[in-house]
Design a protein around this ligand. Sequence first.
Ligand code: ZN
Length: 239
Amino acid sequence: MISYHPDSRFLTDFASANLPMAQAMCVSAHLEFCGKCRAHVHQLKEIGGHLLSQIPPVAVEAGSFEQLMSKIASPQPLPTAPSAQAHNALTSIAPKSGKETYLPRSVRRLSNGSLQNLGWAQFGKALRIAPLPIAGETLETSIYDIKAGGQMPEHEHRGEEITVLLKGSFSDADGTYSRGDFVVRNAGEAHQPTATQDTDCICLVCLERPVRPRGWFYRLLEPYIQYRLHSLKRNGATH
Ligand SMILES: [Zn+2]
């Protein structure tokens, strides 16, 4: 059952195509799981359309919402001219034969149908991260895969973080989150997510700024982690 939803700011900005692409992807992913928020967005679009029809057409960017959706579901999500290194990283792992039907459409598009097509970086035994190649997006957007029962290092947020649970569940000191949940953390908040024992946890994560790991071991590793994520993102993105 979904317990955490985007607040009205996110839904309104989404309906009016005013969210950065990465955050719009997170809202869109949640909407695929949540009929209640879908209905809310539909209603907001109707109200927005009505209001827009009251003002002179010169001020209206017609169909901006639809434009946004078509960008998210772009049939050419991967770099048009990837470097040889990026190409190798993207193709070195054979795609899974099983269908990842739990993935939202936007993520399926961006990963060419399978998460195995993304460039993964392993952090310890429990966590691996794959940056998503979103053209022109400055927010750091990734897929996190936490092994069943695995614990992420405790970390503190330096900016807003949105997590959408795509598969499995995790918990931290504040609660337990399951499939479809839209979880927002703000700058200064710290937590240590732990995946539940029964299944791996897959999340779509959008960060305003990179997180700061707590604990001396991860602090020592941080420059390496940032370098690794940066190079993966650079190789995986078109810009
Ligand atoms: Zn919802």
